[in-house]
Design a binder for this molecule. Structure first.
Ligand SMILES: Cc1cc2nc3c(=O)[nH]c(=O)nc-3n(C[C@H](O)[C@H](O)[C@H](O)COP(=O)(O)OP(=O)(O)OC[C@H]3O[C@@H](n4cnc5c(N)ncnc54)[C@H](O)[C@@H]3O)c2cc1C
Length: 535
């Protein structure tokens, strides 16, 4: 028996006449409960209207571009179990389009490895960096039998072992030294610091150890089998690790990247890459840092604070001659796509070692996925971990894709520099119009009380809709502050939303609110830009 019912727009708050921007179903489609039917977009947010009940779509009553309000009929649904669909009275699942469209009620995981497939694992993950361990843990949490293969004893990849975490521990030490020096000018004289490099190295290593040890424990709790050794794909469903062969239904390649080398440089212990630099070898009196990317700048900040004065960053071949006691090569990173036997599985890898994927992180081989540094885009840990979740969820049958509006970047230098969304340079290149609002930290009580008033917070807005397009922040803790602007961008916030958000005082977060007030012309802590222009 079947019964038809009209599916109407549920309670969407104060919004009326909102356009339908996407229709996810056609007549004849079968839908499960909570499947998205249509997407509506108000000037504040995008919202999916989910199916209140499983059934078959009989007839659509709207088209893309139609404007609807609460109660408007969207479609007719014939329920499969005979019961009339309950009228959807709840607000749409999400008031905004977050980075990933999530399916609230996931279908059961793919067949058991001991079942029809007969493979050892439903998911094999190659590499245990932030991409790989996140993917493996999410897959296990979704009920999939998961094997994680890592060539090193310690889990965590570059990020935890020789990247983000140890570098930030040393940058914190650098900051403490700089704080002590700066406070000497303000009446607190602590004397010349004594640096015990061995103790500093031990502390940094203990931070790494706590995190990597924690990962091993989490893998065990989730019953993720960890195999230590170099993984090599030997076919579309097989990977070998030494003598052992593991068969899989699905594979996630999360093999990451390694430091690029500079051809022509001799083997010499005084020539190091970022991994060597984080080991804190004997501090060179004069260190040449080759490469002015984020990693080079951060390492230079550390060595400068520890006493390697006259640290110099150079662009290659600047013509001048200098003498140094050590060279740190930080000229970028090379993806590891060519070192995993991808071709045996039919996975295409480009000549640089990158693996192309779609928004569900699938490679050209449908059951083999790739995530993180090995797929390109910004080589950042937070991108890798979000991609890892998407890959695991897609394998588990969720209708999700990686759809972040922006991936924020941070240089943990002193001062920190953080940015997200559209930059002014990109806007100019693309011919995109924007309004710019800048709040100088010299007018921030918090920045002044920290003795760090050199910063600034810049927001870019769409001149028509006033929606946030991008942000750039320079100053202490810029890396923490940028998160608010990322959130605002994902939610489609405009200048008024940010300006009317009450920020705690005195904090550096206020500078974001103040920048939005500059855009709105409501700032009182400075003269509003328009009035100043008229004066
Ligand atoms: C000094 C430094 C500082 C950084 N700071 C930051 C930062 O502050 N914020 C940020 O977001 N990013 C930072 N990064 C970048 C960040 O570390 C990477 O983007 C991130 O680690 C990528 O994660 P991933 O999972 O793709 O790969 P990775 O972390 O590179 O992990 C890949 C793993 O795969 C393993 N592997 C590779 N091939 C095989 C194989 N055949 N068999 C078995 N295992 C294999 C590797 O051993 C490794 O453990 C920094 C990087 C460096 C070098």
């Amino acid at each position: 028996m079947s019964a038809s019912s009209e599916i109407r727009v549920p309670d969407i708050g104060d919004f009326t006449d909102v356009p339908v921007i996407e229709i996810h179903v056609s007549a004849g489609d079968e839908v499960a409960i909570e499947d998205p039917l249509v997407t509506l977009e108000s000037d504040k947010a995008t919202m999916d209207v989910p199916a209140p009940q499983a059934g078959t779509v009989k007839q659509l009553s709207v088209q893309i571009g139609d404007r609807v309000s609460e109660g408007s009929v969207l479609l007719t649904l014939e329920s499969t179990d005979g019961a009339a669909p309950t009228e959807s009275t709840e607000s749409p699942e999400s008031a905004s389009q977050a980075s990933v469209e999530r399916e609230p009620a996931p279908p059961p995981p793919a067949p058991s490895p001991d079942g029809a497939g007969g493979h050892d694992a439903q998911v094999v993950v190659i590499g245990s960096g932030p991409g790989g361990y996140t993917a493996a843990f999410r897959a296990a949490d979704l009920g999939l039998k998961t094997v994680l293969i890592e060539r090193y004893e310690r889990l965590g990849g570059v990020c935890l072992n020789v990247g983000c975490i140890p570098s930030k521990a040393l940058l914190h030490a650098a900051r403490v030294l700089a704080d002590a020096e700066e406070m000497a000018e303000h009446g607190i004289k602590l004397g010349k610091p004594k640096i015990d490099v061995d103790a500093l190295r031990d502390w940094k290593q203990s931070v790494v150890g706590r995190l990597t040890g924690g990962l091993a424990g989490l893998a065990k709790q989730r019953k993720v089998e960890v195999i230590t050794g170099v993984a090599e794909l030997t076919g579309p469903n097989t990977v070998t690790v030494g003598e052992r062969t593991v068969t899989f239904d699905n594979c996630i390649i999360a093999a990451g990247s390694e430091a690029a080398t500079l051809p022509g440089l001799p083997e010499d212990e005084r020539i190091i890459d970022s991994t060597g630099a984080l080991e804190l070898p004997a501090l060179p009196k004069r260190l040449l840092v080759v490469g002015c990317g984020i990693i080079g700048l951060e390492m230079a900040t550390v060595y400068d604070a520890l006493g390697s004065k006259e640290t110099l960053h150079v662009e290659l071949s600047n013509g001048e001659k200098h003498k140094f006691d050590g060279i740190l090569v930080a000229i970028g990173r090379r993806p590891n796509g060519n070192a995993i036997g991808a071709e045996a599985a039919g996975v295409q890898v480009d000549e640089r070692g990158f693996i192309a994927v779609d928004r569900q992180m699938r490679t050209n081989v449908a059951h083999i996925y790739a995530i993180g540094d090995v797929v390109g885009g910004p080589m950042l840990a937070h991108k890798a971990s979000h991609e890892g979740k998407v890959a695991a969820e897609v394998i588990a049958g969720h209708k999700v894709q990686f759809d972040a509006r922006t991936i924020p970047s941070v240089a943990y230098t002193d001062p920190e520099v953080a940015w997200m969304g559209l930059t002014e340079t990109e806007a100019r290149e693309q011919g995109t119009d924007y309004d710019k609002a800048v709040f100088p930290w010299a007018a921030s009580g918090r920045a002044l009380s920290l003795g760090r008033d050199e910063g600034m917070t810049k927001l870019l807005f769409d001149p028509e809709t006033h929606r946030l397009l991008g942000a750039g922040i320079v100053g202490v803790n810029a890396g923490e502050l940028i998160a608010e602007t990322v959130h605002a961008l994902e939610l489609g916030s405009d200048a008024e939303d940010i300006a009317l958000t009450v920020h705690p005082h005195p904090t550096l977060t206020e500078t974001i609110g103040f920048a939005a007030e500059m855009a709105e012309g409501t700032i009182t802590d400075l003269m509003p830009p328009r009035k100043r222009a008229r004066a």
